[in-house]
Design a protein around this ligand. Sequence first.
Ligand code: C2E
Ligand code: MG
Ligand code: MG
Ligand code: MG
Length: 279
Amino acid sequence: QVNYIWESIEIMILMWGILFWENPEDSQQELKQALKKKEFVLFYQPKIDVKTKQIVGMEALIRWHHPKKGLLSPIEFIPLAEKTGLIVPIGNWALKEACWQNIKWQQEGHPPLRVAVNISPKQLAPDLVQTIKDILEETGLSSECLEIEVTEGMLIELKDSTKTIIEEIRKLGVTVSLDDFGTGYSNIQYLQSFHVDSLKIDRSFIQNIETSPINQRLAEIITQMAHSLNLSVVAEGVETKEQYDFLQSIHCDEIQGYYVGKPASVKEFSTLFFSQTRP
Ligand code: C2E
Ligand code: MG
Ligand code: MG
Ligand code: MG
């Protein structure tokens, strides 16, 4: 009798395993198909000017409408996309889609804003300059309305080729910002040698800024250093009024975070942030 129960349990576990076991190659295939099947979407999160409280732009953040698993966050599929190289076509799609959406908003009569798109290390190759040029031409979006976000880690090697790519992108009139600042080596030397337009102070410094004198001091030092290098400063992950007030007191330029708005679908973003400016 006991044996029989154990056997049943074993069979159930086996069936569970067969049903839910994921083959890594399947995930890769799914990711590859996702682009063709138009399963990716971009959400948009507003960035506001600290002084005027006006919306100055938005960051495009990718999501995957997975047929079985629902809406997936980028942390659930970007690592695989980077590992397999699929990030290049996916990233190019995101660039193009963000530019199309931005021009569409402008054509609907909304004031021109800058859309920021995240770029992965693998995308930061010489092709990227031409890709951006082509997308701007095809969509008719003005280059000042596009920003790309690169992370510190991508610049760490101080490669001349990376430096040239960034310079060429900036020559087009596209803004370049350094994302997640403070989580890597935060080396001042590369800030001097890689000319970017702005720094985004990582969320981890902002999270507990009300109660952490060290983080307050760090945010202030980063802001002063950035300003002395003529860079503007954006704080990410601002969730409370206290955080906002503190950032205003240290002259941070722009903020982004749940305090102003969570990443939203195109429709939601339009109703939430364009309602007052509708023609
Ligand atoms: P990121 O570029 O640093 O984006 C900021 C992340 O913080 C977003 O997560 C955003 O939803 C979240 N966030 C914003 N404000 C707050 C806040 O007040 N509180 C909290 N707790 N979180 C906040 P998300 O959308 O999950 O994106 C995660 C990362 O995935 C991004 O980090 C970016 O590195 C990457 N990513 C997103 N879209 C793309 C893309 O199109 N291409 C590439 N290569 N990477 C992307
Ligand atoms: Mg970003
Ligand atoms: Mg960031
Ligand atoms: Mg991040």
